[in-house]
Write a protein that binds this ligand. Structure first.
Ligand code: PLP
Length: 338
């Protein structure tokens, strides 16, 4: 689709020890002359109240990380996959495509300037959030004609502070995605409608919601912020569905399972009625990495898994080893920055 893209590269820094309210911004402006954008420390955006993003939620985003290796290099993990997925999301929301090379260049430029914010500590990384939204006024229901592409960054600590605690999930009664809806793209609107359910899940003592397919409610899809994998023996099973986000972590795990660990992999429909037959279960995503699941509550029927079981552990070690540079990566997976 058409439309002018306005670019801006933008850093948002959160002090690693601070909670959500302890946001700190770096001082001093860093501008870099490039045709396609500039680095800026200006984190506020002023738009017409009528902008496409405000009225019709025309926004897409990506989530990725910059890692510091043991020998002090900084690298990205499969940024081309994020660039391509952003364009898939763009197509579904009538947002113009970005040249994938420009996407990666923007992310690299930001990380280069903010290299000191890439954590040195084990398991920590610099989270990167490229996003794009309709920025000019539209009152009829139609795509905007101007867009902003921005990237901000924030250091994140290891997912498991103070030891690994397996997650407790519930089978959700609310739906996340319609069969021919937007569940397969990374658009803010998918997360807006999940907020009620995640707040409710937390209030009821669950870590996350497991969504089933909304047409038949008989098959497992994914959780609100991660794909799901199951293990039985030497086999990894993961749902195949057109309405889940094609997780880059999950796709990488599938490769690692087959090519590094010699496991069988089944990407297929996973029936809700069969999940009590698996031994291990985990969530996978950029934030979750691979998070072991201890229990799934299916309306009072509690299904227990091994938590950080042997296969999940091996997958976790191999994947994080690749991301952090201690395990050789498949060709093209690592993008060295510094
Ligand atoms: N599924 C949903 C709904 C997500 O928001 C995410 C984001 O992390 C994932 C899956 C995992 O995707 P990825 O591994 O590309 O981060």
């Amino acid at each position: 689709s058409g439309g002018t893209i306005l670019w801006s590269w933008h850093i948002w820094v959160v002090d690693m020890d601070a909670d959500a309210s302890g946001v700190v911004y770096p001082s001093g402006s860093m501008f870099m002359d490039r045709n396609l954008g500039a680095l800026s420390t200006e984190h506020t955006i002023t738009l017409s109240e009528d902008a496409g993003i405000y009225q019709y939620c025309q926004e897409i985003f990506e989530g990725m990380k910059a890692y510091r290796t043991a020998d002090n290099k900084i690298q990205l993990f499969r940024p081309d996959c994020n660039a391509n997925r952003m364009n898939d999301s763009a197509d579904r929301l009538c947002i113009p495509n970005i040249d994938p090379d420009d996407f990666v260049q923007a992310v690299k430029a930001l990380v280069e300037v903010e290299k000191d914010w890439v954590p040195h500590s084990d398991g920590a990384s610099l989270y990167l959030r490229p996003f794009m939204f309709g920025s000019n006024p539209v009152i009829g229901v139609k795509p905007a004609t101007e867009y902003q592409f921005r990237v901000f960054a924030t250091p994140v600590g290891p997912y498991f502070k103070g030891g690994i605690k397996p997650l407790t999930l519930r089978i959700s009664d609310l739906d996340r995605a319609a069969p021919r809806g937007t569940g397969h793209v990374k658009a803010g609107l998918n997360y807006a409608m999940s907020l009620y359910n995640i707040v409710d899940a937390h209030e009821q003592g669950y870590d996350e919601n497991v969504y089933v397919d909304s047409a038949t409610r008989t098959h497992i899809e994914e959780t609100g912020g991660a794909n799901i994998i199951f293990i039985k023996g030497n086999t990894l099973v993961t749902p195949k569905s057109d309405s889940i986000l094609p997780s880059i972590t999950r796709r990488s795990i599938v490769h690692v399972a087959k090519e590094y660990l010699g496991m069988e992999v089944e990407e297929r429909d996973v029936a809700l009625s069969e999940i009590d037959q698996f031994e291990e279960c985990g969530l996978c995503g950029t934030a979750a990495v691979i998070s072991p699941v201890g229990t799934i509550d299916d309306h009072g029927k509690l299904i227990h898994y091994a938590g950080f079981g042997p296969k999940i552990q091996k997958l976790y070690e191999t994947l994080t080893g690749i991301q952090m540079g201690s395990v050789p990566a498949p060709e093209g997976w690592i993008c060295e920055i510094l």
